[in-house]
Design a binder for this molecule. Structure first.
Ligand code: FAD
Length: 384
């Protein structure tokens, strides 16, 4: 391999470049990034970056030696000619390609007037508003990002209401017990929650906004964030033959799969955009939108491209912060939920599948427990 093209300049693209270098790849690395920035850390955009008055977006440090072309998007992948087509009309030939185009904020019809938070540009806009005159912020969509924006806005002195059509948002991602606990953390600090009621529209009204529910009641807001999930950036792969049903389908080694089920040699997918078979209880191919998964998928893809043994698959791990608490999740918090086990400063819950195997765990303010639980979940998956 002489030239590897990395499409997408997020953490997954960058970590793939670094892993390729560690594996001895000394050829040319060309990176294409639609955003007009070098790779940076997204998780802080809803946390300290949004809170700190002196925040500015700083690129991630690296010695991977990628030649980035920024502010230009890939518009096509030509597998016959082995080249990536760009939206400025040029093409870049490759010996191998890494699809790392991530996801973007989902915008639902009627909610277009709400702000979204995915990029540093989005964060700059929201930062300007949250550090201006305080008022009432309504967050439509109670996912992790919605929850974290609520924490930050509340800490900056905003009155916050968070709304969602789900009666217990995050119960699937976090487990029902930890999800209830998380929303209670908001409520005891005065953040209002309005769950189980679908929002129909977000509309501008004078200097503020109207958030209208499906049954016609309306709440007024000075600012609205719509945090309604994410959509994989795969449009540029249309017509390439790659299966782009909910992200880029890959085999367990990270290699892209075509719509006819064949493996595309020399093309891998990593990070939020990749849908890879995993050790879920039902073995489905799933996408994970988590920081740590970007790194593990990058190591796997780099091993595949350099002909090395891929690292052992570890269960997915992610975290979220809620006020002074750190919540960490390993594996899949579904199935039978244990009673909370108290620790020195926090607690832990374990999840078991129908056959009694450990499928996941949630740890609050107890980081020392995470590596142990991670190993146990991985072992349980291997022997299941
Ligand atoms: P991305 O970071 O989305 O990068 C993809 C890049 O590809 C983008 O720069 C995009 O512009 C570019 N691109 C898209 N289309 C094209 C194209 N056609 N051509 C060229 N370039 C293209 N995870 C956690 O585990 N814990 C957290 O606490 C946490 N907090 C988060 C908070 C926020 C506000 C956000 C947005 C995410 C958070 N995440 C968190 C998720 C984590 O940041 C992501 O999993 C991770 O950034 C994914 O990296 P990626 O490289 O796959 O995709």
């Amino acid at each position: 391999l002489r030239r590897i093209v990395i499409v997408g300049g997020g953490v997954a693209g960058l970590r793939t470049a670094e892993a390729l270098r560690r594996n001895g790849f000394s050829g040319e690395l060309v990176g294409i990034n639609a955003e007009n920035r070098l790779p940076y850390a997204r998780p802080s955009l809803s946390k300290d970056a949004l809170f700190r008055s002196d925040w500015e977006c700083v690129p991630l440090e690296t010695t991977a030696g990628v030649r980035w072309q920024i502010g230009v998007a890939a518009s096509g992948l030509d597998l016959e000619q082995r080249r990536v087509e760009l939206d400025d009309g040029s093409t870049v030939a490759f010996d191998a390609a890494v699809v790392a185009t991530g996801v973007r904020a989902r915008v639902l019809r009627g909610t277009e007037a709400g702000l979204t938070l995915r990029t540093a540009d989005d964060a700059e806009v929201l930062h300007g508003i949250l550090h201006g005159d305080r008022g009432h912020l309504v967050i439509v969509g109670a996912g992790f990002i919605g929850s974290e924006v609520a924490v930050t806005a509340h800490s900056l002195g905003w009155a916050v209401t968070i709304v969602d059509s789900d009666p217990t948002p995050l119960a699937r991602a976090l487990g029902p017990g930890p999800a209830r606990w998380l929303w209670e953390q908001h409520r005891v600090r005065g953040v209002r929650t309005r769950f189980g009621q679908p929002v129909q529209s977000i509309q501008r009204s004078g200097a503020g906004y109207h958030v209208t529910f499906a049954h016609d009641s309306v709440i007024q807001a000075d600012a609205v964030v719509a945090s309604l999930g994410a959509v994989p950036n795969t449009e540029w792969l249309r017509g390439s033959g790659v299966d782009i049903t909910d992200g880029v389908l890959t085999d367990p080694a990270g290699r892209a799969i075509t719509v006819t089920g064949t493996v595309v040699d020399g093309v891998v997918a990593v990070g939020d955009v990749a849908r890879t078979p995993s050790r879920t209880p039902d073995g489905r191919a799933v996408r994970h939108e988590h920081w740590a998964v970007a790194t593990t998928s990058a190591q796997r893809a780099a091993a595949t491209l350099t002909g090395r043994q891929p690292p052992v698959e570890l269960p997915p791990v992610f975290w979220t912060d809620v006020y002074e608490h750190r919540v960490q999740v390993v594996g899949h918090p579904s199935g039978v939920e244990s009673e909370p086990e108290p620790g020195p400063r926090g607690f832990c819950l374990r999840y078991e599948g129908g056959d009694g195997t450990l499928t996941g765990a949630v740890v609050v303010n107890w980081p020392q427990l995470l590596p142990v639980l991670s190993r146990r979940v991985a072992q349980a998956a291997l022997t299941a």
